[in-house]
Design a protein around this ligand. Structure first.
Ligand SMILES: Nc1nc2c(ncn2[C@@H]2O[C@H](COP(=O)(O)OP(=O)(O)OP(=O)(O)O)[C@@H](O)[C@H]2O)c(=O)[nH]1
Ligand SMILES: [Mg+2]
Length: 191
């Protein structure tokens, strides 16, 4: 995919802020600090478009980006950051589940996990929400550059087993491993 333009559109804190037109949307979900924003930036080849931070749990809104004036990426808030206050955590769940359940523009959800770690209870829960939303979903294991090939292979098997999904794509925002495969999946979702 040739990216000719990538623009930040808006942050949405509530449903009435979601964009109203019919452009298809690809959602990026996962644990706080897992590398969602880095993955978006690396896919688009734009540094710093989606904000990356070393302070996890910062992003508490849905962030919409318009790509090629044609479709959108949606960077969803990360979950599982312990220091987020309880009421914020509750609204996180509501924000994400209502987006997944209601958003008719959503054509593909990309669930991002850390290739180094066993999926958490919340990853399992997210995986179930995605299954319930009955829209296409894709599992991506990022930060693969931090593992040897042997470790990566073992961990991919473990992730596939834990989430009952054996089509997991190994990715790295640093080396761009997996970028072609990921773009292929996105392209076929938006046509
Ligand atoms: N080595 C390596 N580091 C990565 C990769 N992806 C992300 N990181 C690092 O991991 C940290 C978190 O990345 P973010 O992209 O901000 O993660 P996030 O999921 O958007 O975090 P929140 O928005 O806080 O939920 C940053 O320090 C990134 O530089 C990767 O593929 N390889
Ligand atoms: Mg982020």
């Amino acid at each position: 995919m040739k990216v000719t333009s990538a623009e930040f559109l808006k942050s949405a804190f509530k449903e009435s802020d979601w964009p109203g037109d019919n452009k298809p949307e690809i959602a990026f979900l996962g644990r706080s600090n897992v590398g969602k924003s880095s993955l978006i930036n690396s896919l688009l080849g734009v540094r710093g478009l989606a904000r990356t931070s070393s302070t996890p749990g910062r992003t508490q809104a849905l962030n919409f980006f318009t790509i090629n004036k044609d479709f959108r990426f949606v960077d969803l808030p990360g979950f599982g950051y312990a220091r987020v206050p309880r009421d914020v955590r509750v609204s996180w769940g509501e924000m994400v589940t209502s987006y997944l359940a209601k958003r008719r523009q959503l054509v593909l959800s990309i669930h991002i996990v850390d290739s180094r770690h066993e999926p958490t209870q919340q990853d399992l829960q997210l995986h179930e929400w995605l299954a319930v939303s009955s829209k296409p979903q894709l599992l991506v294991a990022t930060k693969s550059d931090k593992l040897s090939n042997n470790e990566l292979r073992k961990n991919l098997e473990r992730i596939a087993r834990a989430l009952h999904d054996d089509s997991v794509i190994a990715y790295s925002a640093k080396t761009k491993r997996g970028i072609d495969e990921l773009w292929r999946a996105i392209k076929s979702a938006i046509v």
